[in-house]
Each structure stands twice: as C-alpha cells, then as structure tokens.
Design a binder for this molecule. Structure first.
Ligand code: UP5
Ligand code: MG
Length: 194
C-alpha cells in the first residue's frame, strides 16, 4: 500500500444546495480535485459498455441511492487516476450503506479531514433545480423526482451529516446566500484547515 493517504473533504447538502457551484470555486483557489459522485454516476450511466447503466438511471430518476459498491469504485478509480491527493468528494456519502462501504474500502487509503455542509431551505433548493431543469437535460430536475430527492436527503443523508457532526468534522455554511457570498464563508472555513 502506498504510504501517502488521500486527504478528503466531503461536500454535502440537499439537491441544489450549491455543492457543485462551490466546489468549482474551491478548486480554483485551494488546489483540490473535485469529484462529484453524481457526475461520475451520470458518466458511467452514459457509457454503453457499462453493465450498471440501467441500475444507475433507475436510482437517479427515483432520487434513491446507488449501491456503494458502484459509487465507491468510481470514486477510487478517479482518485487513483489523479496525480493529486486533496479531494473534494461532492454528494457522497448519502446514506448508511455509502458510509459503511466507504469506511470498509478506504480506511487504509483515505483520511476524511472534514465535511462542508451547505444548508439551504427546501423551497430554495427546489426552485434552483426546477430552473436548472429548463436547460440541464437532467432526468431528475423535475417536480416528481425532486420530491423523492428531498425525501431521500431528509431521511438518509441528514443522519450522515449528524454522524460527522458528532465527530466535530462538520463545517456548516448558509447555502441560501448568493454564490459569491457563500464562497466568502467557504474561504474562511477552509483557511482554518490549511
Ligand atoms: N445555484 C448554486 N448556488 C446558488 C446560489 N448560492 N444562489 C442561487 N443559485 C445557485 O446548483 C444547483 C443550481 O442552483 C444551479 O443551477 C446553480 O447555478 C444554482 P449546484 O451547484 O449544481 O448544486 P448541487 O448541490 O450540486 O445540486 P445537485 O442537483 O447536483 O445535487 P444533488 O445532490 O441532488 O445531485 P447529485 O448529482 O449529487 O446526485 C444526483 C443523484 O445521483 C442522486 O439523487 C442519486 O440518485 C445519485 N447519487 C447516488 O446514488 N450516490 C451518490 O453518491 C451521489 C449521487
Ligand atoms: Mg451537484
């Protein structure tokens, strides 16, 4: 096993809370590699030679969570392919299965340095995703999928955030402000980690 462990910040928050937007800004200033679990799954789904395409699309449309074996393998592959070792893992872990699978697969490979949690009111999240849905082509940016995404977030992902909070790893940010204002706050909390 390589001696160098991956340093990881998880990035969590509801659908449309601004995880991807803030990660892009962080990458520019702080030298992390951004890995969006959702983007990796969408890419895998669209790969005609993947055996997981249908399973992944079923979960995405239903707002449910893809089995960790698939997601964690994609994340580890992307980390191994990178030359760097500071990663923002966006949108993962989303439930207990994800958390347990991650711990099982990476206990000797990665250290979780913290969790950036973008807290944003449900209505704001829904409005953002519906607006994006006018042009995004995402199969889950519609009212029906959004109800399910919100419910999965509330029932399955919030307990994971609480788990990390009990370990003092959560950095909570108000995601309802403008993207630039949120990033001002992000900058301050990340400076404490440098
Ligand atoms: N926007 C962003 N910030 C704003 C701000 N401050 N003010 C106003 N507007 C703002 O932003 C969403 C939209 O809002 C954009 O149009 C943006 O311009 C605007 P974005 O930064 O994309 O928010 P984000 O939190 O990344 O929203 P996203 O929709 O990507 O979140 P989800 O968590 O729902 O989606 P994700 O891609 O992570 O997952 C999709 C699905 O994949 C899941 O539902 C699940 O089925 C599956 N999945 C798994 O099964 N396992 C995983 O580990 C990950 C995903
Ligand atoms: Mg996203």
């Amino acid at each position: 096993m390589a001696s160098k462990k991956y340093n990881v910040l998880f990035v969590l928050g509801g659908p449309g809370a601004g995880k991807g937007t803030q990660c892009e800004k962080i990458v520019k200033e702080f030298g992390y590699v951004h890995l969006s679990a959702g983007d990796l799954l969408r890419e895998e789904r669209s790969n005609p030679s993947s055996q997981y395409g249908e399973i992944i699309e079923g979960h995405i449309k239903n707002g449910t969570i893809v089995p960790v074996e698939i997601t964690c393998a994609l994340l580890l592959k992307a980390m191994a392919a990178s030359e760097k070792n500071k990663f923002l893992i966006d949108g993962f872990p989303r439930n207990k299965d994800n958390l347990e699978g991650w711990n099982r697969e990476t206990h000797d490979k990665a250290t979780v340095k913290g969790v950036l949690f973008f807290d944003c009111p449900e209505q704001e999240c829904v409005q953002r995703c519906l607006k994006r849905g006018q042009t995004s082509g995402r199969s889950d940016d519609n009212e029906e999928s959004l109800k399910k995404r919100i419910s999965t977030y509330t029932n399955s992902t919030k307990p994971i955030i609480e788990h990390y909070r009990s370990q003092n790893l959560v950095m909570e940010l108000n995601g309802a402000k403008s993207a630039d204002e949120v990033f001002e706050d992000v900058r301050k909390v990340l400076a404490t980690l440098e």
